[in-house]
Design a protein around this ligand. Structure first.
Ligand SMILES: [Zn+2]
Length: 239
């Protein structure tokens, strides 16, 4: 909190609990300085956290006069809880600054740290999904990853992901046990399994018909992939 935010918080708690009012200017200044110091690393408001609300709840529930620690302690608990929920499943596609040629891993570590600190300070929501690693679903994940071809150690695959977004997306869907449109052929544009959907492109000078890869699959292909996925899951559960 900035000194201005701390001053606003103090004014608010004094309003809620008039016993906290100080007549002496010097004492009030001392108290403000003390609160500023102790709450400098506590945000006023971020998504999921509101220091004024925490102070209000304390005053509503506790017979004791509020201390800065009554705000900072809940903040550290909140932060720890957020970090517990953040599984740190790193999305390298969100970090184009990481070069696959960087053998030191410095950029990777720096990006990972930046992400953790952004989560800790509430600037970024925690990533709560986990990759499936055990049970019958994991067998299916292994099978799908094997079908996608050459296996790379996850760390290498993650570093390369930014440079092959299609492949990275397919691996993510497989790891999360979700349907993947590219598992089936498209009945609309006739793109075969494994290849992205395509849009026709006509060369204005030669009238030659070409194709370009579309970013999103055709909706009918997504539906087919869901049916295919459900069918395979049934088969594998039965097996
Ligand atoms: Zn298509």
């Amino acid at each position: 909190m900035t000194p201005r935010e701390v001053a606003a918080l103090l004014a608010y708690v004094v309003k809620l609990d008039p016993r906290l009012a100080l007549d002496d200017q010097a004492a009030a200044a001392d108290r403000l300085a003390q609160w500023c110091d102790l709450l400098s690393d506590v945000p006023a408001t971020i998504p999921g956290w509101d220091a004024a609300r925490v102070a209000r709840d304390h005053i509503a529930r506790s017979p004791y006069r509020i201390q800065p620690s009554d705000v900072s302690r809940p903040w550290h608990a909140h932060k720890a809880d957020t970090m517990r929920r953040h599984v740190g499943t790193f999305e390298p596609t969100a970090h184009p600054e990481i070069s696959p040629d960087d053998e030191t891993g410095d950029a990777f570590v720096a990006a990972l740290r930046a992400e953790r600190s952004a989560v800790a300070s509430g600037q970024q929501a925690p990533v709560t999904h986990r990759v499936i690693t055990a049970g019958p679903a994991a067998v299916q994940v292994q099978r799908r990853l094997a079908e996608l071809g050459t296996y790379l150690p996850p760390t290498v695959a993650q570093t390369l992901a930014a440079h092959r977004p299609h492949r990275a997306q397919r691996e993510r869907l497989a790891a999360a046990g979700l349907p993947d449109a590219l598992d089936v052929a498209c009945t609309y544009c006739q793109a075969p399994a494994g290849k992205p959907c395509r849009a026709r492109r006509i060369n204005p000078t030669t009238n030659a018909v070409g194709h370009r890869a579309k970013k999103a699959p055709h909706p009918c292909r997504v539906e087919d992939a869901h049916a295919h996925h459900a069918h395979r899951q049934e088969q594998e559960t039965a097996a």
